[in-house]
Design a protein around this ligand. Structure first.
Ligand code: TYD
Length: 215
C-alpha cells in the first residue's frame, strides 16, 4: 500500500459546474467512508479566505501582477495546510488550484503561463494534484448559464465571451502539458457527469491503495 494522501482538484471556466461537481464528489466519498477534506482556492485557510474576499470583492483597484501575487500568496498558506493533511493520508478535494492561476492570470490577464508558474513555484511547496478534472462547457451552454447571476471582480472579465474562449484554449493547453488531467464534458446532466467523475476517482483511489471500507 502506497498511501500518502490523494489530492484531487477541479478546474474550469466560470459557470462550468466544477464547484457543484467538486461538492458531489466530496459528499459521495464521505458517504463511502473515505477520509475526505473538501477545500477551495482562493481560500482554504483563514488568511486565504480573507484574501479571497479582497480578490473577488474589493472595490480597491489593483493590477494583474498584484492580483497574481495575492493568489500565489493565498496559495502558500493553503499548501502548508494541505501538506499536513497529505501526511495524514487524507483525500483532498479542492475546488480550483494553481492551474486556475495559469489560465486566468497567465492567459486571460496576459502575464504568461511561464511567469505565473514561476511565481507560484515556491507557494506550491512541492504539492501537485494526483488527479485534476477539467470541466469544459460549450459556448452554447456558457451563454445559457450567463443570465441573472451576481458576478464578482474576476467574473467581470471571465464572463465575456472572448475570455470564455481564451480560458478554454488555455486550459486545453495546460491539460496537454500536465499528466493527471482528465477532461470532462460539462454540458450534460449533473448526475451523469458526477457518475463519470466518481468512477474515475474510485479507480484511481484503488490503484493507490485506498479502499472503500477501510479508512
Ligand atoms: P470560483 O471557484 O469560480 O468561485 P465561485 O464560488 O464564486 O464560483 O473562483 C473564483 C474566481 O477566482 C474565478 O473567477 C476564478 C478566479 N481565480 C483566478 O483568477 N486565479 C486563481 O488562481 C484562482 C484559484 C481563481
Amino acid at each position: 500500500m502506497t498511501k500518502k494522501g490523494f489530492f484531487i482538484t477541479f478546474e474550469g471556466g466560470d459557470r462550468s459546474g466544477k464547484s457543484t461537481q467538486a461538492k458531489y464528489l466530496a459528499d459521495k466519498l464521505l458517504k463511502l467512508k473515505y477520509d475526505i477534506v473538501k477545500t477551495r482556492e482562493p481560500g482554504g485557510t483563514s488568511l486565504a479566505e480573507e484574501q479571497r474576499n479582497i480578490l473577488l470583492h474589493s472595490n480597491t483597484k489593483f493590477d494583474a501582477l498584484t492580483e497574481a501575487y495575492i493568489f500565489a500568496s493565498a496559495r502558500s498558506s493553503h499548501t502548508e495546510y494541505l501538506n499536513e493533511l497529505m501526511k495524514e493520508n487524507k483525500i483532498i478535494v479542492c475546488d480550483r488550484f494553481v492551474h486556475s492561476s495559469l489560465a486566468y492570470q497567465g492567459v486571460m490577464r496576459g502575464l504568461g503561463i511561464e511567469f505565473v508558474k514561476e511565481i507560484n513555484e515556491k507557494a506550491l511547496r512541492g504539492l501537485n494534484p494526483d488527479l485534476t478534472f477539467l470541466i469544459e462547457i460549450s459556448e452554447e451552454e456558457f451563454l445559457k448559464r450567463t443570465n441573472n447571476s451576481e458576478i464578482d471582480r474576476i467574473e467581470q472579465d471571465s464572463m465575456k465571451l472572448e475570455n470564455f474562449h481564451k480560458l478554454n484554449d488555455a486550459y486545453r493547453k495546460i491539460a496537454e502539458l500536465e499528466n493527471n488531467f482528465i477532461i470532462i464534458n460539462g454540458d450534460g446532466e449533473e448526475n451523469d457527469i458526477h457518475e463519470e467523475i466518481l468512477e474515475i476517482t474510485l479507480n484511481k483511489l484503488e490503484e493507490k491503495g485506498y479502499s472503500k471500507t477501510l479508512k
